[in-house]
Design a binder for this molecule. Structure first.
Ligand code: DGJ
Length: 733
């Protein structure tokens, strides 16, 4: 049993293979958090708690004689509100009597085989033998507000999934102003925060900072998880490295406004509160209604950041991503965006596809501009009918031509948006997020449809289903090119506008649920101006996401490095584009662009007809190499051999097959230097006593030699040279 509840002591213990998580229900029925860390076996960890009379920390009603007992100092599983815990709260609310108080006391524990589900929300899943669910029911006796804490314990995966449900069992409405998915109070330890900030074209830049006696907040109020912050963070001990040390991850399975808060308290404990952002949030719970928070995935290891990433990669692939594509090799695709932008005809697309097919590419993806009046980004969104005049043919005849080359066909859509002058926008102004009497803010000249309105979801479902039914489309790129403003839903009464952001996300998830269920064979790739909605919520529906609109190979080193901490490499859409690069103007060798793009779901994004003969030959060999490497990208362990954020002269990473029979090392030299010092790398994850042949010189070494003595690389000169080294087990007779 991975979940234990000792009714005599009140101890509740969750065990995964390598970790222990312990809680305690005290005599006052307050639920304490005692421990989350490496497995400690069957122990009672209550003696670790520290009680003291801490001035100005108040006592709950009835406890005034014991000044050492205060909610302000107790490590808690979830907070109440307004009753003497002055740290960052998990909940904020207004009761019908106008007060802001909630006093949650433990009522009961329930055990459910398998994994809980969250109505209307993406969440992890698992078979009964992989996961057990614990539901802890707490209640605020005064109002009848009930708090159900959900725990999904994935024993082998070393992941504990958490969520909360708030049920109004009272007789009067309650307004929630904040309802976090989880609160995690770490009683001891000094922690550093690793988080992934960024901007459009430079997403998920790793930053590592010590936590201090303050509140550090990661948040998005943009309506999408955003380029700006990612809903994934790691707490690590100051001495934690890639290969050693304690670290704890928290990943929200949510794609909208979020907040992760980290506070070191006056007594030195650390609190983490994660969930939907309270920015603009207000949710009314009428009697009998409930509110379910998104899920947060916790994982812990004492074996360093690489191991933590491996835990998340495997967990997402096995228990979050649902697509039938998740474990399958992805077709090598070519996308016309950077080749043509809006300037194309059906014939031009066919010619790009023809050349690509000749070089081994398997799928042609037609990006933005094929529909409505869309010859630039000012118009057309919402009018999802084919612009045959522009294409010079019907979509189905273009698809047939491309398929006759032996290629699959993929298509770009941006269903959540509408251009102001479009037919859809004119016909349904009430479907657009916009406040009465105000002109809404535009971004990329577009407005946002109100997916919180079920009519909009039904409409998009019909239009997109028709597109997929009438055309043989193997792949959809689902884009979303602006953040949200004017978030006012005409489908909600004015006093419930605080629900509009979250209802929007529920509508997006409902639409994705329907489409991915109805068209399970379609490979969906998420996108939001590149990686502006790269999160576990989207990965539940889309097995891959376009990692960034920045295709510059050297910038991609950092972007992909940051992304790799939480997300599986195969989930990162990654393409070879033209040089000089369109975003940075930088020139890089064709080979280097290939090496970098092969760290994810590989493809091309340029007009291959314009390449030199030598580059065309490289395309052929890159595709052959990727076919060889893709099993590693799909299921291999990812090793960050260097820190791409550091100003070093090279960046290196490695994939190793789970059975350690094959590994691939990639090295990009960012600054070859004059009279250079040798580049030396140590490999990781190989079997010490197996013998391996490396493709650099054909030498054979033991795994131990490659990991401890390493490899010295040949001198690399010129602009941004790169190397790929295959390391293959030698079968001895
Ligand atoms: C943003 C995406 O990230 C690009 O790849 C491209 O699809 C454009 N949108 C099209 O408008």
């Amino acid at each position: 049993m991975s979940i234990q509840f000792d009714k005599t002591t009140g101890l509740i213990t969750l065990h995964t293979q390598d970790t222990t998580y312990q809680m305690w229900v005290d005599e006052q029925k307050v639920l304490h958090h005692l421990y989350y860390g490496p497995s400690v076996g069957d122990c009672d960890l209550r003696p670790l708690e520290y009680y003291t009379d801490c001035g100005f920390s108040p006592q709950p009603a009835g406890m005034s004689r014991d000044r050492t007992y205060s909610l302000d100092n107790i490590s808690q599983e979830y907070t109440g509100a307004g009753l003497g815990d002055f740290r960052v709260p998990a909940i904020q609310l207004q009761q019908a009597d106008g007060s802001h108080l909630a006093d949650f006391r433990f009522e009961r524990a329930e055990f459910v085989p398998g994994k809980y589900k969250l109505e209307g929300l993406p969440a992890s899943f698992g078979e009964e033998e992989e996961c057990e669910t614990l539901e802890l029911v707490l209640g605020d006796a005064h109002s009848g507000l009930c708090l159900v804490l959900l725990y999904g314990v994935f024993e082998k995966a070393n992941v504990i999934a958490r969520a909360a449900r708030l049920e109004n069992k009272g007789e009067k409405p309650i307004v929630l102003h904040k309802a976090a998915s989880a609160c995690l109070d770490l009683p001891f330890g000094q922690w550093e925060l690793l988080h992934f900030h960024g901007r459009h074209c430079m997403e998920r830049q790793l930053e590592r900072t010590p936590l201090s006696h303050s509140v550090q907040t990661l948040r998005s109020a943009r309506g999408a998880s955003s380029h700006h912050h990612n809903p994934f963070a790691v707490l690590a001990s100051p001495d934690t490295t890639e290969q050693t040390g304690e670290c704890l991850g928290a990943m929200l399975v949510y794609s909208g406004n979020f907040k992760m808060e980290f506070e070191v308290s006056q007594m030195g404990s650390t609190r983490l509160v994660a969930g939907i952002s309270d920015d603009f949030f207000a949710w009314t719970l009428e009697p009998g209604q409930s509110f379910t928070t998104p899920e947060v995935l916790f994982s812990y290891t004492s074996e360093g950041l690489e191991q933590l990433s491996a835990q998340y990669h495997q967990f997402l692939q096995n228990h979050v991503v649902r697509s039938s594509w998740k474990n399958k090799p992805r077709p090598v695709l070519i996308n016309n965006w950077e080749a043509t932008y809006f300037d194309f005809t059906g014939e031009k697309i066919y010619q790009i596809a023809r050349q690509a097919k000749e070089l081994g590419v398997e799928m042609m993806v037609l990006d933005d501009g094929w529909f409505g009046q869309r010859s630039n980004d000012l118009t057309g969104l919402g009018d999802w009918f084919v612009n045959e005049e522009k294409l010079g043919c019907s979509l189905s005849s273009l698809i047939t031509r491309i398929q006759s080359l032996g290629m699959k066909f993929g298509l770009w859509v941006e269903p959540e948006m509408v251009s102001p002058g479009s037919q859809l926008g004119q016909e349904h102004p009430q479907w657009v997020l916009s406040a009465p009497g105000r002109n809404p803010v535009t971004s990329r000249s577009q407005l946002v449809l109100d997916l919180g309105n079920p009519e909009v979801v039904d409409y998009l479902d019909r239009v997109l289903s028709q597109l997929l039914e009438e055309n043989d489309i193997a792949y959809i790129k689902w884009d979303m090119n602006r953040n949200m403003t004017d978030v006012y839903s005409h489908a909600l009464p004015k006093e419930r506008q605080g629900e509009a952001y979250h209802r929007y996300m529920l509508g997006v998830y409902e639409l994705l649920e329907r489409l991915t269920t109805r068209f399970p064979h379609v490979l969906f790739e998420g996108c939001a101006g590149g990686g502006g909605r790269f999160d576990a919520g989207m990965l539940h529906y889309f097995p891959q996401i376009w990692c960034s609109d920045d295709t510059d190979a050297i910038h991609r080193l950092k972007i992909q490095h940051g992304t790799s901490f939480g997300y599986p490499p195969i989930s990162m859409g990654s393409h070879v584009s033209a040089s000089p690069n369109h975003q940075t103007g930088r020139s890089t060798p064709f080979a280097t662009r290939g090496v970098v793009a092969m760290a994810g779901a590989f493809g091309y994004e340029l007009d291959l007809q314009l390449l030199t003969q030598e580059e065309k030959e490289q395309v052929r060999s890159q595709i052959a190499t990727y076919k060889r490497l893709q099993p590693l990208v799909l299921e291999g362990r990812y090793h960050r051999l260097t820190n791409a954020m550091e100003d070093s002269c090279f960046t290196a990473w490695q994939f190793t097959m789970p059975d350690k029979s094959l590994a691939a090392v990639s090295v990009v030299c960012k600054d070859p230097g004059a009279n250079p010092m040798p580049i030396h790398i140590k490999l990781r994850g190989l079997a010490a006593d197996k013998r391996y042949r490396e493709s650099l010189n054909g030498n054979v070494y033991t795994g131990a030699a490659l990991c401890h003595a390493g490899l010295t690389l040949p001198i690399m000169a010129g602009d941004y040279p790169a190397l790929q080294i295959l390391v293959e087990e030698v079968q001895e007779d």
